[in-house]
Design a protein around this ligand. Structure first.
Ligand SMILES: [Zn+2]
Length: 210
């Protein structure tokens, strides 16, 4: 008897998207889980076209548990730092249960699974922080550290030299004197040497370029 519905439970603080080419439905999205909360997706059967020869295909059903298992497994396997070891699993807080449940039902019925997933995810966050430290120590490049690692660093409220928003470096503003595009964090305009941030300039006691 094939399983008609499964409920995938995510504790991830960001949106999850998994694509299963050849399946219909084949795209699965789970919203970011709120802090200390969960986010769920009920999946049903998917259909795929099975080649039977002579240019003919036959629609076949993939049961919900196969779909749910592959969403969880494929997502985890693709992640740096995911590990199944003797001391337990370290990885994204993601699992599924058989049946169709609401978020409240999952919270009251699957307390142990949620606790375990939260611990696995916290251990994974720590592993990601260590990985980011290693990567940055080896390469010295902020770009080598992933957005996920930065996100985790912010969530844990930790400070790291590799954690700053690269986009703020790229943002530009207009110099009020010469109207050229200058970095938003600029203190002196590189084009016309006008001081564009007097407070920072005074603080750093720059000698104005002549
Ligand atoms: Zn200027």
């Amino acid at each position: 008897m094939s399983v008609e519905h499964c409920t995938v439970v995510s504790l991830l603080p960001w949106k999850l998207t998994e694509e299963k080419p050849g399946l219909y439905p084949g795209q699965f999205n789970i919203a970011a889980a709120p802090k200390d909360g969960i986010s769920i997706l009920v999946v049903g059967e998917s259909v795929f076209q099975f080649y039977v020869g002579d240019g003919r295909f036959m629609p076949m059903k993939e049961p919900a548990d196969v779909i749910a298992r592959s969403i969880c497994r494929d997502y985890k396997l693709a992640k740096l730092g995911f590990k199944i070891g003797e001391e337990g699993t370290v990885g994204p807080g993601l699992f599924f249960v058989e049946g169709k449940f609401t978020e409240e039902e999952v919270k009251s019925r699957f307390v142990k699974q949620i606790q375990d997933a939260r611990k696995e995810q916290m251990d994974w966050f720590e592993a990601l922080m260590n990985l980011a430290d290693d990567i940055f120590a080896r390469t010295g490049r902020h770009q080598a550290v992933s957005d996920e690692m930065r996100h985790v660093c912010n969530l844990l409220g930790q400070t790291r030299p590799w954690n700053f928003d690269i986009n703020t470096l790229k943002q530009t503003s207009e110099c009020p004197a010469c109207l050229s595009q200058i970095p938003q964090r600029a203190i002196v305009c590189a084009q016309c040497k006008t001081i564009v941030n007097q407070a920072e300039f005074d603080k750093r006691k720059f000698k104005q370029a002549s």
